[in-house]
Design a protein around this ligand. Sequence first.
Ligand SMILES: Nc1ncnc2c1ncn2[C@@H]1O[C@H](COP(=O)(O)OP(=O)(O)OP(=O)(O)O)[C@@H](O)[C@H]1O
Ligand SMILES: [Mg+2]
Length: 310
Amino acid sequence: MTATDFLDRRDAEADLGPATWGWRGRARRWSGGLIKPKMGARETAYHEDRQLIQKDFDGPRTIAFINPKGGAAKTTSVLAAGYTFGTVRGGGVVAWDNNETRGTLGIRGARSAHRNTTRELLEDLGRFKDVYQSRIGDLGAFVRSQGDAHFDVLASDERPDVTGVIHAKDFVEVHQLLERFYRVILVDTGNNMRAENWLAAAEAADLLVVTSTVREDTGYSGLWMLDALQDAGYANLKYKTVTVLSDPSDKVDTRLAQDLTQVYEQRTRGVYRVPYDPVLVAGSVVPYHQLSAETRRSWLRACAGMAAAL
Ligand SMILES: Nc1ncnc2c1ncn2[C@@H]1O[C@H](COP(=O)(O)OP(=O)(O)OP(=O)(O)O)[C@@H](O)[C@H]1O
Ligand SMILES: [Mg+2]
């Protein structure tokens, strides 16, 4: 490896941002900005992705993350997308765990002083009925701020004794409320496609994100789900769907990855690969600031693809 390669890689790994990338970045930095070389391809692409994510929508937008197989990286993807949309847009983003049973978004997001969830919000919806009196600050009693990641998490029911289900009507009411206070709503979903709240999320979404790992069972389960949605008459399914394909370990079956990419490219608008990241394995609170530079860059690309589709 040459010294320049080494410096380039070190800068990229440290994620110091495009101002410091490659020889152009170093010339800019060392000359105190006096030398301004033209942006390289990598830097241009980085800025274009950020601009796409920052674009103004003409109303709130909802993205549902779906795959009926457990362990398909839905929850991880919602948090990574929350972090990316949140930091790049500077807020206005909520990640909502719409699991029919206890989901893990609340466990994997940063904690709060309160333990309220969608269930408590549903019980207290009355206080938001008056659109002139209710304030976004009042939602602070139910959502959990993700700090520097600049988005909020609305967790799913965490009470062990509750047997109640979330009905389609409940989904619609909470969704309408979130639409009043957020610009981007990311919906995590469960594994039962027949659940009323799953179907309501698919119906309400402006964009569906099929998440899958590079594994046959998870990949096929996503395709089976797309067939089922197609058969159920979902209009423009390909047009309103993108795929995020995660590496399940640091060694990936490249043949399977290629096959899955090819088949999902035919079924959805685009396929975005995201790497395996060891800091995500533990399944505990996502340490946003420890995500690798490659993970962050890949999610920037994936979220730009989502924004472009909205
Ligand atoms: N890119 C990645 N690198 C490393 N580990 C990952 C990655 N993506 C997901 N994981 C890990 O895989 C496990 C399953 O992921 P996740 O919980 O997001 O799946 P899920 O589809 O939400 O599952 P469920 O349907 O059971 O809720 C988690 O422990 C997560 O930390
Ligand atoms: Mg999950």
